[in-house]
Structures are given as structure tokens and as C-alpha cells.
Design a binder for this molecule. Structure first.
Ligand code: ADP
Ligand code: MG
Length: 475
């Protein structure tokens, strides 16, 4: 009998289906497509990076057993991550990760921003200036405006994004800079704008790229001696979306080249969309001339969504996945995970998976267990050093100033805030906090915590400090 990718996978599926819950099977296995079988390695195509990570985390064992049954001990599994194109190109934009190479995904990246169909275009820097070269947008169609729920926390950014998508390059929002903390939807919104533009203006060349990837390409171009081709390539783009520009900090060569590209695009009425984890004023080691350009257009912040928005995001997600869940549970999760939409989604997905795996009913108690894990995970990352760094950055002073013996009011306040947050976010004792924050004793720390409590209920400005810092620290 002929062994094909399809037949091998069908057999694996029937084994898997017998061994896991129907809901889990439906969610995680039905969307997979077997694409290739070579050298005893089966390639399966999955819809997203997240999907791949989830499979690796939860189903790698059963996948291994199933595949070994079919192909023997030397069997290998290769994931192909598919992100569909938003417009008429048949070649999918793929990344391949050998399953033996766990965790390698993050360091790996897509090949080139050009259509891989033409081998001579593999290099993104060839044929500068040719307008009808088809450039892959690298957009993820799952990140649409429709799926990006509106709330007070994102209204400005979302609407500015819509305005830009209606008239790319034709509004005063150029560049549009979307900034905010981790997991608040910057990447999603940036894609949504690109996807919408491609929809409305199919002839426009849209390119999404992370600042990290951009930097890498630039470095390669310097090595290969084709820096000018690199610049030309970017200058023919109509809508350039660069994600996480804070990554450019300290990289003066890349900043310089970006400056030239930016000016060219801007002068020619092309749209630039940027995202960053900080507002321009807080960006460090970015050249002034670049910062001032970032401020030319609109900087719109994504804030942590309020409770109602969190509930709608969860409901929308569940609806799209075809999963029903009692309101009580949704509200419980929304109430306890506040600062990061990615975690919010993660918690609800684990909840579904847990319940289908362990045949548990979805109860508030189960929700509690899972939420606790998420909340704990976030807290674990905060160290006293980190708190001191965040607080001193916020007040634009050095850590050594914060720790110094001075009695200047604003420095004392910063120090007290650092102590307060160290008490709140770490398990360290008062004595240990004191010794790490400028060699003070435990009574000083206790006093600091009380002072912060008092001031935040009586002084509006001070309360704002506490709120801002809480946000920064609870990511
Ligand atoms: P960031 O780039 O800011 O770290 P992402 O864009 O990766 O965040 O968003 C994290 C997750 O949260 C994504 O799955 C995204 O779809 C989801 N998300 C964020 N904001 C919203 C929103 N307003 N509506 C729906 N989903 C959202
Ligand atoms: Mg992002």
C-alpha cells in the first residue's frame, strides 16, 4: 500500500481521537493538515505559532506515540506554521520547525519579505525600484479589526487605525505610533490596519516587519555590501508597519538607515505605522531626530482593558472557538486577570483544555486554580532590582540616586515607592527589602509602606504615580 502523508496522518488521528476528549480533538487536531512525508518525517500544517506551542506543550507525547506506531522509531514530526495571505498569492508564508528542536521557534524567523515563488527574488534587496514586484505583506489575516474589540482602553488607537486604513498616508496620523505594555494588542492592531488596507487597496504594497527582523536584514545587507539595495527596497513600500521599534534602541546604524527610509516614505505620502512598548518620551537610546519624527503623527496608547472589555474579549474568543462557558466563569477570569490580554486568552484556553483533558466540569474552582497559576507566573518575574529600575526610570533618575542618602523630597518618594512595591510584589522580608534598597532597616521600609498608603489616598498626583507604576510592574 502506498504510504502518503495523508494516510499516515489519518491513522495517527484515529489513534489520537480514541485517546483524548472530543472537544480537545476538535479544537487542536481537526484544523491540522498533513502536507508532506519525506525521510520518515511527517510535516503537518498548523494555523498559528500559538497552536504549535500548544501542541508541543500538551500533545507532544500522544503525537509521538501515534507517529511512532505508523513510521517506527525514527519517525519525526515537522510543524509548518501557516499564516494565510490576505491577497491572491498561492504560496503560503511558512515557518518550519523540527519538532525535536523545541523552543527554537523564537529565534527562528521567516525567510525574506519577498515572494518566495521567484527564486531570484529570494534576496529582498534585488531589483530595487521595480514597482510591480509583488511583495508579501507578511500579514496575519486572523488579526482583523473585527476581532479587535473596542473599549475605553483602546478607542483612540483603534479609531486612529481605522482612519489610517481608510486613507493610508492621507491623514495627519503619519506616522501612527501605537504604544503600550506587553500583550495589550499592539501587534494585533498593527496587523489589522495592514489587513484592512490590503482589503481596500489591493494594489498598495503593504509590509509588516518586526524591528528585530528589520535590524537583522540591515546587518546582513551591510555584510553583503548592498545597503543601498536594502534602502531602495523599503522605499518602494506604500504602507510600512514596523512592530516593536523599541528594539532599535542603541542600534545606531539601523536607526540611521530607518531615518532615511522614513523620510523618503513620509515625503512621498506613504504611510508608516509603528508600535512600541513605550511612549516616545520614555524611549531610551533612540536618536533625537528619529524620536522627533515619531512624534510628527499620532501616538496612541493601548491601556489595560477595563472589566467590560475583558469580558467581551473573552466572549468573542469563546464564540469564535465555538465553546460555551457560563458567564460566572468568564467573569471570574476577567475579574482576576487584568493587565494582559494575552494572558486572559491563555487562561481561558487552559481552562477549556483542562476541563476536556481531565474530564472536569468547568467550575469556578477550576477557574480559580488556573487563574492562580497565571497570576503567580506574572508575579514571579518581578525582582527588587527590577522594581528599583522601573521606579527610577519612571522618575528619570539613576538607581544609585534612588538608593542614595539624600532627603530631597522627590528622591525620598521614589525610594518609598520602590519599597512599597517590593513589599507588594515580592516575598522578601522588610529587612531584606531595606538592605537591598539603599541599606535601610526594616522600620524605614515599614514607614515607607505606610506613607505610600496614606499619600495615595490623600494626594491625587501621588496616586497617579502608584497607578502608573503598578501598571508597569504588573506586566
Ligand atoms: P502586544 O503586541 O501588545 O504584546 P498582541 O497584539 O500580541 O499584544 O496581543 C495579545 C493577544 O491579545 C492577541 O491574541 C490579541 O489578539 C489579543 N488582543 C489584544 N487586544 C485585543 C482586543 N482589544 N480584542 C481582542 N483581542 C485582543
Ligand atoms: Mg507584539
Amino acid at each position: 500500500m502506498d504510504v502518503t502523508a495523508q494516510s499516515v496522518w489519518t491513522n495517527c488521528l484515529s489513534f489520537i481521537k480514541d485517546n483524548i476528549q472530543p472537544q480537545a480533538y476538535k479544537t487542536w487536531f481537526e484544523p491540522i493538515v498533513a502536507v508532506k512525508l519525506t525521510d520518515n518525517a511527517l510535516s503537518i500544517q498548523v494555523p498559528s505559532k500559538f497552536f504549535y506551542e500548544w501542541l508541543e506543550e500538551h500533545y507532544v507525547k500522544i503525537l509521538k506515540v501515534a507517529l511512532t506506531k505508523q513510521l517506527g522509531e525514527t519517525a519525526k514530526l515537522v510543524y509548518v506554521i501557516k499564516m494565510e495571505n490576505t491577497y491572491g498569492n498561492k504560496q503560503p508564508f511558512t515557518e518550519k520547525i523540527p519538532s525535536s528542536n523545541r523552543g527554537a521557534l523564537k529565534s527562528q524567523d521567516v525567510d525574506v519579505p519577498l515572494n518566495n515563488k521567484n527564486p531570484e527574488l529570494k534576496n529582498p534587496f534585488v531589483i530595487p525600484g521595480i514597482r510591480n514586484v509583488k511583495i508579501e505583506s507578511q500579514l496575519n489575516p486572523n488579526y482583523s479589526f473585527e476581532n479587535f474589540l473596542e473599549g475605553d482602553s483602546n478607542r483612540l488607537a483603534r479609531n486612529a487605525g481605522l482612519a489610517v486604513a481608510n486613507k493610508p498616508g492621507g491623514t495627519s496620523f503619519n506616522p501612527l505610533l501605537i504604544f503600550g505594555g506587553v500583550g495589550l494588542g499592539k501587534t494585533h492592531l498593527a496587523h489589522a490596519i495592514g489587513v484592512d488596507i490590503k482589503d481596500k487597496y489591493p494594489e498598495k504594497t503593504v509590509l509588516y516587519i518586526s524591528a528585530e527582523k528589520f535590524t537583522q536584514q540591515y546587518i546582513d545587507s551591510v555584510k553583503k555590501n548592498n545597503r543601498n539595495d536594502f534602502i531602495h527596497f523599503y522605499q518602494i513600500i506604500d504602507v510600512l508597519i514596523i512592530d516593536d521599534v523599541q528594539f532599535l534602541s542603541g542600534k545606531s546604524g539601523t536607526q540611521d538607515v530607518f531615518f532615511h527610509i522614513f523620510n523618503h516614505l513620509h515625503q512621498n505620502g506613504k504611510q508608516v505605522i509603528l508600535t512600541s512598548d513605550k511612549a516616545p518620551v520614555d524611549m531610551q537610546d533612540i536618536e533625537q531626530r528619529l524620536l522627533s519624527r515619531f512624534k510628527w503623527g499620532l501616538s496612541a496608547e493601548l491601556q489595560s482593558p477595563d472589566f467590560e472589555t475583558r469580558v467581551s474579549i473573552l466572549k468573542n474568543k469563546l464564540y469564535r472557538d465555538g465553546v460555551e462557558m457560563p458567564d460566572e466563569i468568564i467573569e471570574y477570569v476577567a475579574k482576576h486577570i487584568k493587565t494582559n490580554v494575552r494572558e486572559l486568552e491563555g487562561a481561558i484556553i487552559s481552562l477549556i483544555a483542562q476541563s476536556s483533558f481531565n474530564k472536569k466540569e468547568i467550575t469556578v474552582n477550576l477557574a480559580k486554580e488556573i487563574v492562580e497559576k497565571f497570576v503567580k507566573n506574572t508575579k514571579r518575574e518581578v525582582s527588587i532590582d527590577y522594581i528599583q529600575k522601573v521606579v527610577s526610570d519612571y522618575f528619570q533618575m539613576d538607581v544609585s540616586t534612588l538608593q542614595s542618602k539624600t532627603r530631597k523630597r522627590h528622591i525620598v518618594q521614589a525610594r518609598q515607592l520602590a519599597m512599597f512595591f517590593a513589599k507588594k510584589y515580592t516575598k522578601a522580608s522588610l529587612a531584606s527589602i531595606g538592605s537591598q534598597i539603599g541599606k535601610r532597616d526594616h522600620a524605614t521600609v515599614l514607614h515607607a509602606c505606610k506613607t505610600v498608603d496614606n499619600l495615595s489616598s490623600t494626594d491625587k498626583q501621588f496616586r497617579k504615580y502608584v497607578e502608573d507604576l503598578s501598571k508597569k510592574l504588573s506586566l
